[in-house]
Design a protein around this ligand. Sequence first.
Ligand code: APR
Length: 230
Amino acid sequence: MAKKKLVVLTGAGISAESGIKTFRDSDGLWEGHDVMEVATPQGWAKNPALVLDFYNQRRAQLAEVEPNAAHFALKELEETFEVIIITQNVDDLHERAGSSNVLHLHGKLTQVRSVQNENKITEIAYKAINLGDTDENGVQLRPHVVWFGEAVPAIEEALPLCKAADVFVVVGTSMVVYPAASLIQYCQQDVPKFVVDPVRPEIPMGGLTFIEAKASVGMQTLKKELQKLA
Ligand code: APR
């Protein structure tokens, strides 16, 4: 029999125990920076060197950290479910934990792209890019991440995945950034829905099962619950 489809929306909280800071746990500052300075098109226009340096630091940090028990739990769930991860995170910790089906809604730290063409993507792993680093046409490169105020093209791919989910799980996201936060609304009504987070996010719908715990612990509780549904 085909495995049931387990669709998992993850956010910064799942990587917190790996040592990557979440966004909203630090007063609008992100690793000491004003988000508007480093993660908006306006910030880029004002000071691209600062933005590149910020992401160079994020990439260097990513090279130093490891996936945690929550990432590995999602990989292990592939034994019993068809697991589809939709992540808001730009880190690669799901992939490094071995998960085989990961959609990045907000891009990836390990990729850069031409400022003129969002489809011209280059893999750079954990290397730095600087002003003057260009594609083959001499166009400046920028991080392949979605900044505030930019479109989220991957949402089109995410919607049908949510509609087809047999079980839906939310892990470590404050559910305040759209369109990602709206994805849960596209699940069928009778689909079991779980939320793993030490702080209950506000989600405007009923029928949710909350597991109020850090991801590493909460995912173990969730795994037991999911065994009943496999
Ligand atoms: N385990 C699970 N959840 C945790 C943990 C943990 N150890 N620590 C914190 N959290 C939870 C917080 O309670 C919060 O609900 O993780 C969530 C983090 O929320 P945000 O910082 O808002 O991160 P996220 O929801 O991923 O942000 C969405 O906003 O800044 C943009 O593009 C960026 O993708 C990001 C998007």
